[in-house]
Design a protein around this ligand. Structure first.
Ligand SMILES: NC(=O)CC[C@H](N)C(=O)O
Length: 335
């Protein structure tokens, strides 16, 4: 470790993904194996990290992020909180597969109890590829996690020289390196010339202001997503309810409309105690309370601008605190 003593202490928590992936040739950018390279190799591949922080690595797990689940989230969230409570940890970087990176980022945004920077980073090209994006993304992420500019900004995603807020970013392309976008609400800033630049700030509550506490949780309530489409029927919804769902995210068409063939099953599920959140499959825009459906009458909740996969996370955490739909609606307008 050749870093100067005044540098920030950043812990890199590695979880797998393409950033830790390897392919058979330098032009292999699909059909490679994710989650093969360990955290120490990731760090050694970027000696420039030592110029911006004292870096420590920890392999929390090693998975392709399509296998992310609630248990991994609880493990990761608890570890982040433990580390950030220590005076000798100034910031955390989490290397992660890109498929569910936005979900893990939002989960942590809701459960991390600290102002210290937490930055998620991944790559779209495996470590063995020509112009692999992992090393520069990791460098930028560590730079950001070590910066005073990132303090109090909530959980951040650093990809492709851009800084995004966990709540609003999503993966928008299956394969290109510029896949992470905050399409309409806007990213927070850039990383350029070894410096983070912020232009916006996340407005909803997050991190140190959170009301959620996972420190004693071993599991999260089951919440599933039903996808809206023409000719939709109640079969998937009914199967999730029969399978034990405590909440359902209805990823409806448009601004959260409910099809005549599905609505009675949603009403029946609600009567059984299942929480129903109306979200949208569209990807941008508001699903408003009492807009396309009378939520007051149906006792449903509107997802506001959260996409279905993030609405699922907020509903799981909300259900750890209350089963009152009005209180859950307040939560959906707060985070
Ligand atoms: N670019 C990626 O990281 C995708 C690899 C893998 N599917 C994952 O999400 O972990």
């Amino acid at each position: 470790d050749t870093a100067a003593p005044h540098l920030a202490n950043v812990t890199i928590l590695a979880t797998g993904g393409t950033i830790a992936g390897s392919g058979s040739t330098s032009t292999t950018t699909i059909g490679y194996t994710a989650a093969t390279v360990g955290v120490n190799s990731l760090i050694q591949a970027v000696p420039e990290l030592n110029k911006v922080a004292h870096v420590t690595g920890e392999q929390v797990f090693q998975i392709a992020s399509e296998n992310m689940n609630n248990e991994y989230w609880l493990t990761l969230g608890k570890r982040v909180n433990e580390l950030l409570a220590r005076p000798d940890v100034d910031g955390i970087v989490i290397t992660h597969g890109t498929d569910t990176l936005e979900e893990t980022a939002y989960f942590l945004d809701l459960v991390v109890k600290s102002h210290k920077p937490v930055v998620l980073v991944g790559a779209m090209r495996p470590s063995t590829a020509l112009s692999a994006d992992g090393p520069i993304n990791l460098y930028n992420a560590v730079l950001l996690a070590a910066s005073h500019e990132a303090v109090g900004q909530g959980v951040l995603v650093a990809m492709n020289d851009q800084i995004h807020a966990a709540r609003d970013v999503s993966k928008t392309n299956t394969s290109t390196p510029d896949t992470f976008k905050t399409t309409e609400l806007g990213m927070l800033g850039y990383i350029q010339g070894n410096h983070p630049y912020f232009y916006h700030r996340a407005m909803r509550k997050h991190t140190a202001d959170t009301e959620f506490d996972i420190s004693k949780l071993q599991s999260l309530p089951q919440v599933d997503i039903v996808y809206g489409y023409a000719n939709m029927g109640p079969a998937a919804l009914n199967a999730f309810v029969a399978g034990g769902a405590k909440g359902i995210i209805h990823a409806g068409v448009g601004d959260g409309s409910l099809a005549n063939k599905v609505k009675p099953a949603l009403v029946a599920a609600r009567k059984q105690g299942v929480l129903i959140v109306r979200a949208s499959r569209v990807g941008q825009g508001i699903v408003a309370r009492n807009g396309e459906a009378n939520d007051d009458e149906l006792d449903f909740v509107a997802a506001d601008t959260l996409n279905p996969q993030k609405a699922r996370i907020l509903l799981m955490l909300a259900l750890t605190r209350t089963s009152d739909s009005k209180e859950i609606q307040r939560i959906f307008y707060t985070y």
